[in-house]
Design a protein around this ligand. Structure first.
Ligand SMILES: [Zn+2]
Length: 437
């Protein structure tokens, strides 16, 4: 959308006036960019971007003019991704609120220590407006139930925002879905947002004693071990990662929780409230282990030899734990634990197939393949790709070349020639035309 075009601005102003007429009492109205990088680069917009030193200036020029038509309303706009950097030579109008988003930040350190460019943006926007809101992110969005030891950053970040005049904060977690320690995380954040100087240890101990009871020491030890592993590591902790890429998940803390919680679960097996709460803490450990097993060569080779029933018993322990803990989706795009179980089984089937091919078996000998390839390939691919947001990988069969028009990206692959299978950590395309599979 061209932000330099007066007709476009008039259309947006008229549409907003119509919306406000439907809800006249609402104070805040959002006029924001889309959630992508496809902004206008026409000569006028590009020149304005250059003049302001950031596309945020061009956006702000557009939003300020719209806000002038609604002086009794506050117009909110995002400073997000390509508009995150504050502009020069323009300020938000008095009734414009800027919502600055921290989506790219490293969560292993406080923003001030680990995300210098975002800290710079907070300071710069703070110098331009008194209406600065932060949209922050506090859970692992790629895998809601993956362990995410960012506890040590939550309070320093809120204190930093406050020091720089931020008067509104949106701490985005998993919303109506559950995620790792989502109850405790929400409780702590609610308390800290009222008072960023509050004693965090007291808040957590109060919650932990009341909610986890006898399991609190084991849970504390687990969180501290994972946090130490993050602090001692050299990798960033981001909100879109997978357990296979998280070195801190090698931590002995995983074993501590597994061992001690296992004992507590047996001791308190008749206390259903306790068991349900513990499953909220325990399922992330199971999830991380299962995910890491898929790419750990030793564990994967062992799993390929298991009877499917044994593998499925472990998967069902995870899905039943999710059910008890109220975990309905494994990531923000929606991914039910039951579907995860099926995809995991299919992934192992694929690996057995690949293992068999490598050892001289014909792919068509594999009992799982025929059924999987009967799915409508383009639909299976689109669903898997959308749900998992995973890169497409093409699994070739030795001795056969991919079709000439297939470049390895799903968008251009020949769907009629390719059967796509969802495999949990990747979308695997099995070549069909030239391989004869
Ligand atoms: Zn333009």
């Amino acid at each position: 959308m061209c932000l330099s075009n007066d007709t476009v601005r008039q259309i947006v102003t008229d549409a907003l006036r119509e919306k406000i007429r439907e809800k006249p009492d609402a104070k805040y109205w959002s006029v924001s960019q889309n959630d992508n990088y496809d902004y206008c680069k026409c000569p006028r917009c590009a020149a304005a971007d250059l003049r302001y030193g950031s596309p945020a200036g061009t956006l702000l020029g557009f939003v300020n003019k719209i806000a002038a038509s609604f002086p009794d309303k506050t117009i909110s706009t995002l400073a997000y991704q390509y508009t995150r950097q504050a502009p020069r030579g323009i300020k938000p109008a008095k009734n414009v609120s800027v919502c600055l988003c921290s989506i790219e930040c490293n969560r292993g350190e406080s923003i001030e220590d680990g995300c210098a460019d975002f800290a710079r943006d907070v300071r710069a926007w703070s110098a331009l407006t008194n209406h600065l809101m932060i949209w922050d992110y506090v859970v692992q969005f790629r895998s809601y139930v993956s362990p995410f030891p960012n506890w040590h950053t939550l309070q320093p970040n809120l204190q930093f925002f406050r020091q720089h005049g931020v008067n509104m904060v949106f701490e985005q977690g998993s919303g109506r879905d559950r995620s790792e320690f989502s109850d405790m995380r929400a409780y702590l954040l609610a308390k800290l947002m009222w008072n960023p100087q509050a004693n965090m240890d007291s808040i957590l101990t109060d919650f932990g004693d009341g909610y986890y009871g006898p399991a609190r020491p084991a849970i504390w030890a687990y969180i501290h071990r994972l946090t130490e592993a993050v602090l001692n590591g050299d990798r960033q902790l981001t909100i879109y990662n997978i357990p296979q890429n998280e070195p801190f998940l090698d931590s002995a803390g995983m074993d501590v929780l597994n061992r001690e919680l296992g004992q507590l679960l047996r001791t308190h097996r008749d206390d259903s409230v306790f068991i349900n709460r513990m499953m909220g803490a325990y399922t992330p450990v199971l999830f991380a282990r299962m995910e890491r097993s898929k790419t750990d060569s030793t564990q994967l080779v062992a799993m390929l030899k298991w009877p499917t029933a044994q593998l499925d018993r472990n998967l069902r322990a995870f899905t039943e734990g999710c059910a008890r803990a109220g975990i309905r989706n494994l990531h923000e795009g929606g991914y039910a634990p039951g579907q995860y179980r099926l995809d995991y089984l299919a992934y192992i089937e694929n690996m057995r197939l690949a293992d068999g091919v490598a050892n001289g078996k014909r792919p068509t000998d594999h009992p799982g393949l025929h059924h999987l390839c009967q799915r409508r390939p383009e639909r299976a691919h689109q669903q898997a790709h959308r749900r998992n947001r995973l890169p497409l990988q093409l699994a070739g069969v030795p001795g056969h070349r991919p079709p000439g028009h297939c470049d390895g990206r799903g968008e251009r692959a020949g769907f009629n020639d390719t059967g796509f299978l969802s495999a949990g950590s990747a979308v695997v395309g099995l070549l069909s035309r030239e391989s004869g599979v």
